[in-house]
Design a binder for this molecule. Structure first.
Ligand code: HEC
Length: 168
């Protein structure tokens, strides 16, 4: 595992050599560049989706679809498309960064009569928040069609272990 400090030094050095290319990569919040135990990450180590040419979705995208439908759907509408009451999260995730997304879900948000509940104490949400986030990004990027993904990758052993540890 490369430390944040050396990564920064590396990025600075590369930025001088090839500024435009690095700037583009760093702002790409969607493209999967590497995988850790079945969870795909961007160049910035932010979770993202990975869809195979035949439409098979990675495990986390599929899991996120299910979790979204049990915890968020009631307010945010089908397929993250929004409702008269709450915003379209498939769009929000393309605008908010990963950490802001996590912060709003954990801490909630209120504007006038619009109330986004705080889910920080809800393990059914917090233990699966990366899943929900990558699913919404796949929807927002139109990398998957609306509805239940037809084909999914097998559940990685590490996903089960992380789940058990988180749910306690
Ligand atoms: C009880 C209804 C309700 C539920 C359930 C709900 N939300 Fe929300 N959410 C809202 C409302 C209303 C807003 C807009 C709040 C505002 O603008 O102040 C919101 C805003 C958000 C935002 C900020 C969006 C933006 O563009 O700024 C995120 C992120 C979010 N919700 C994620 C989630 C996730 C993930 C879930 C499921 C785990 C979820 N919400 C479940 C009502 C809900």
């Amino acid at each position: 595992m490369i430390s944040a400090k050396s990564l920064l030094a590396f990025l600075c050095a590369t930025a001088i050599a090839t500024a435009p290319v690095v700037a583009q990569d760093a702002s790409d919040n969607l493209t999967a560049t590497h995988e850790e135990d079945g969870k795909w990450l961007t160049a910035d180590d932010v979770p993202t989706f990975k869809i195979e040419a035949d439409g098979t979705v990675d495990w986390y995208t599929f899991s996120g679809f299910r979790r979204y439908n049990s915890e968020c759907f009631v307010c945010h509408g089908p397929d993250g498309q929004g409702s008269s009451y709450a915003p379209a999260l498939a769009k929000s995730v393309l605008l908010l960064d990963y950490y802001d997304f996590m912060g709003v879900v954990a801490g909630g948000k209120q504007e006038g009569n619009l109330v986004m509940p705080a889910f920080g104490d809800n393990k059914n949400v917090m233990c699966y928040l990366d899943d929900i986030y990558v699913y919404l990004k796949a929807m927002g990027a139109e990398a998957i069609p609306r509805g239940r993904p037809a084909k999914k990758a097998a559940k990685p052993a590490s996903a089960g272990e992380a789940e058990d540890a988180c749910m306690g």
